[in-house]
Design a protein around this ligand. Structure first.
Ligand code: PMP
Length: 432
């Protein structure tokens, strides 16, 4: 219930938290209860949550098997111990993740966030290659710290123009607004690979550390490059010995339906994969899995005090077991197909939808001005607010902030998918 003794929470938030801390909705919500795929706010209103899957709760809220595993760890009294001692849950989780990756001789390091995971990947790649030159994609997002921001290729999220790495951005991620025009998959891939080769030749000295890329750009608006793009990129990178870092913070764990990792769609194995967000199903955990020789290239000691702590590891182990035991990847494929089909049907009646794109439970709807491709940010905001009013939480994003992003928990049901489609149709109707 709202606290009548104090100013509204939003005023208190604004007084003590930074102005740049992004908040959704004109009247931001405070979630006080959650169960499965539904959350309840402080006013008692309940919403179907179609964004938690990416952000935090990949599987769903308060899933008994996961909550019980966390509770057992808390009840043991060991929230954390010094990293100078062995942590069983951390070792077990690392073994599972190493096995789930196709990376040879894989080793895993745990952090508390995606940003830290990418910072560590950049640290490893630059040390391994003894170079601070890095390639990244335009329209990318890799986190909020100095190095991760330095490679981020989305101005709206680049809080600093200074950077510890020398970055060159290449095309490839955001096909809907590609400067190469509307090409077939094969020609698009060739154009992007040629661009990569050209950038390497003309803006770098060639001894580049890595290319860091999201297989599907998340903050950038759920942008799907054609399958095979990264295979073509890898061929170019291999000519120079450059490492491929796949930022799987949004794409991992089977969410795309077709594959377990986003990079799998391209038929290549990255040298380093970073992950975070959904792994802990709500607990703070991130990390990276890398080739053993790359992971072990640091010679000085390094630790993350809380990375892979016993509670986070218990939650992540239980979440990973749950999603594998219940083949949630297949559920993502099935319900993703249903949602995309439904959205394409809605789009066929709406002049403000320029593109519906998706793989599994990662679906983007790009809003444009009627009759063209001009970004229509207002339409996206209207849909965000209207869906909230109608009881559905969705995400927003894109270079032009004109994309509605859907990423429900992987345990989504058919009825919930249909309920969301119905609400989305009604919300989109408002901006026709
Ligand atoms: N990489 C990607 C692809 C992300 O989407 C994000 C978060 N939006 C990050 C890295 C950073 O993760 P975190 O917020 O946990 O630091």
């Amino acid at each position: 219930m709202a606290d009548t003794q104090h100013p509204p929470l939003i005023d208190r938030h604004r007084a003590v938290l930074p102005s740049w801390l992004a908040l959704y909705y004109a009247d931001p919500i405070e979630i006080v209860r959650a169960e499965a795929r539904r959350v309840t706010d402080a006013t008692g209103k309940t919403y179907l949550d179609f964004f938690a899957g990416i952000l935090t709760n990949a599987i769903g809220y308060d899933i008994a098997e996961i909550s019980d595993a966390i509770r057992r760890q808390v009840d043991s009294g060991v929230l954390h111990t010094s990293t100078l001692y062995l942590i069983r849950g951390q070792v077990e989780l690392a073994e599972k993740i190493a096995k789930l990756s196709d990376i040879p001789d894989a080793k895993v390091f745990f952090t508390n966030s995606g940003t830290e995971a990418n910072e560590t990947a950049l640290l490893l790649a630059t040390q391994f290659r003894r170079s601070n030159q890095v390639l990244a994609l335009r329209n990318s997002y890799h986190g909020r710290a100095f190095g991760a921001l330095g490679v981020t290729g989305n101005r709206g999220w680049s809080a600093s123009s200074l950077s510890p790495v020398k970055v060159s951005h290449v095309h490839g991620g955001y096909r809907y607004r590609s400067p190469f025009g509307h090409l077939s998959d094969v020609d698009y891939i060739r154009a992007c690979a040629d661009d990569l080769r050209d950038v390497l030749r003309t803006t770098t000295s060639g001894d580049v550390a890595c290319l860091i890329a999201e297989p599907i750009q998340g903050v950038g608006g759920f942008c799907f490059p054609p399958d095979g793009l990264f295979r073509a990129f890898k061929e170019v990178l291999d000519d120079y010995g450059i490492l491929l870092v796949s930022d799987e913070v949004q794409t991992g764990w089977g969410r795309t339906g077709e594959h377990f990792w986003g990079m799998d769609a391209h038929g290549v194995t990255a040298d380093i994969m970073t992950f975070a967000k959904g792994l802990g199903n709500g607990l703070a955990i991130g990390g990276l899995v890398a080739r053993g020789d790359v992971m072990d290239c640091l010679t000085a000691n390094s630790i993350s005090t809380f990375g892979g702590n016993p509670v986070a590891a218990a939650g992540a182990n239980a979440a990973l077991d749950y999603l594998l035991d219940n083949d949630l990847q297949a559920n993502c494929a099935k319900l993703g197909g249903r949602l995309v089909a439904g959205l394409r049907e809605i789009a066929s009646r709406s002049p403000v939808i320029g593109d519906v794109r998706g793989k599994g439970l990662m679906i983007g709807v790009e809003f444009v001005e009627p009759g063209g491709r001009e970004p229509n940010q207002k339409a996206a905001v209207t849909v965000l607010e209207k869906t909230r009013e109608l009881g559905l939480l969705v995400g927003k994003g894109g270079l032009h902030d004109n994309v509605i992003r859907l990423a429900p928990p992987m345990t989504l049901t058919e009825d919930e998918a249909d309920e969301a489609l119905d609400i989305l149709a009604r919300a989109i109707e408002v901006v026709r």
